[in-house]
Design a protein around this ligand. Sequence first.
Ligand code: NAD
Length: 296
Amino acid sequence: MTKIGFIGLGNMGGPMAANLAKAGHEVTATDLSDAAIKRAVEAGCTAGKTVADTVSSADIVVTMLPAGAHVRSVYLEDYGVLANAKDGALLIDSSTIDVDSARDVNAAAAAKGFQMVDAPVSGGVAAATAGTLTFMTGGEKSAFDRAHPILDAMGKNIFHAGGAGNGQVAKIANNMLLGITMIGTCEAFNLAEKLGLDAQTFFDISSTASGQSWSMTSYCPAPGPVEAAPSNRDYQPGFAAGMMLKDMRLAQEAAHKAKAATPLGAQAEALYALMESAGRDDLDFSGVMKLINGSL
Ligand code: NAD
């Protein structure tokens, strides 16, 4: 049993904190939303009144916040984690944020004697609830080893991606690839249909040929072939196009700074941004099919 302070009880953090409590840890949890704290208490956590109150006696702090600005604020400001955590506490940030913020906050933590890992996740609310998330972790190996049993209570696949920020690097590179393959898959199904080849037949052929990808076989954007795919529920998420756009933007920001050429990543970002400007970024990201076939 470990004393854990958990900050950020939204769609993902709520069920993650609940799984830590279910695993027998003593979890103090806080959020800006009273309703979110109430749900965490119902799931076995103790309510933290403030960030300081939440972290001051915790051996491990976990944060699950929207973006880099929130993480910088929660860790670096006077009310925050670094100013109030117990000496020797291990800090785990599971938010998806820009690589620079992850590395800056990690360095600030190290300067105060704290070990920290960035541990963004793959898998949505369903995986957070089931405790089957994939964690991509950046930070010192000894910090990763300390975090492992805690991440285990919330996830299934736990990877060490290297030094500070490398968890975020793995996350945005993976999601950039996913965003691109999804659009390519939509184009292929649309082309096949326009030329008179139905989705199921094309799927049967391409899913066993060289066009195969996760976007096709697990999440097919054309209705029909993959029963559980959002395309069969009028593209209800799943993983919303707006969240994919956030990750594509993080990838482009990092690519510019690193001078990495990502021409298809840039195109993919632009297409998901069109879903946003059409007011349809609430659809699953595979709903980019509707943009491609003109039905958005
Ligand atoms: P969310 O907006 O539902 O939750 C974020 C929570 O943080 C909110 O409840 C908010 O009140 C709280 N918060 C913000 N500032 C705070 C502060 N100063 N103190 C305390 N609480 C504060 O977001 P989410 O869907 O849970 O996503 C969290 C992170 O996980 C994001 O970085 C997101 O990109 C990433 N992620 C989400 C999914 C998904 O499917 N939702 C999947 C993978 C990764």
